[in-house]
Design a protein around this ligand. Structure first.
Ligand code: FPP
Length: 247
């Protein structure tokens, strides 16, 4: 009897078809900790370690930009102790920028409304950004006090101000203009958004940029997310037929 040969499963990344820009919603830290009878802070710490590992991996394989959702505009509504803990974790990470970015080619940026962050954190952000200034590798956007809706409002206000000052006409407010005025304006387009931990929503992340991004979900909690999972996500992405509204 003749058997049709099963299509061979693709097992490695095609370097000629990489997502240019990946967004990650680092979700599931709390559940990861709960499953281990640990405090939520242990989940966030483990999530921060995963973040570092995944960013380095993405740089290594040639991804041009990665945006990581570290703290949303809505996360202020969490208990104060958890907010303080997340801020401390971020501060410690930024404080160790010399060590964290040594030997890497990562370009650090922070996207979101920095005005609500403490002076201490803002100083640490400036210092860490300065350290990675001369780098030429992956752009790492840390989304801090970031909300996609806020980002769109901000771009709309930039346009409104420019019209008010007679610098442009309302007709000149185009998709391209707004796109340039998103925090990610000079980044390559977001091709892939990853959300682990089984939730199926965007949660105010990269709303403008996700118009034609491919979405990839998984049940794995973020602290358990490995390089292999990132590889899987990219291989799946490479199988997608991206039509951008065409047939
Ligand atoms: C959502 O998981 C995660 C966050 C709100 C915080 C994400 C932050 C990190 C991974 C740490 C970032 C720090 C650095 C230094 C980059 P959750 O807590 O809502 O998880 P749950 O839904 O399981 O409770």
């Amino acid at each position: 009897m003749l058997f049709k040969k099963k299509k061979e499963e693709v097992r490695s990344i095609d370097p000629s078809n990489l997502p240019r820009h990946i967004g990650v919603i680092m979700d599931g830290n709390g559940r990861w900790a709960k499953n281990r009878h640990l405090p939520r802070s242990a989940g966030h710490k483990a999530g921060a370690d995963t973040f570092e590992k995944i960013v380095k991996y993405c740089d290594k394989i040639g991804i041009k930009a990665i945006t990581a959702y570290a703290f949303s505009t809505e996360n202020w509504n969490r208990p104060k102790a958890e907010v303080d803990n997340l801020m401390e974790l971020l501060y410690n990470y930024l404080q160790m920028a010399e060590e964290k970015f040594a030997g890497t080619n990562i370009i650090l940026r922070v996207i979101g409304d920095r005005s609500a962050l403490s002076e201490k954190i803002n100083k640490a952000i400036d210092h860490a950004i300065e350290i990675t200034n001369g780098n030429t590798g992956i752009i790492l956007n840390m989304a801090l006090n970031y909300g996609g809706q806020d980002e769109i409002v901000r771009a709309a206000r930039i346009a409104a101000e420019a019209v008010k000052n007679g610098e442009m006409t309302p007709e000149e407010i185009t998709k391209e203009f707004l796109d340039k005025n998103m925090y990610t304006g000079d980044n390559p387009p977001v091709d892939l958004i990853i959300r682990p931990s089984g939730e199926l929503r965007l949660s105010n992340f990269l709303l403008w940029q996700s118009a034609y991004a491919e979405l990839w979900y998984s049940d794995i909690n973020w602290p358990d997310f490995s390089e292999k999972d990132m590889e899987r996500a990219i291989i799946d992405y490479q199988k997608r037929n991206r039509r951008f509204g065409k047939v």
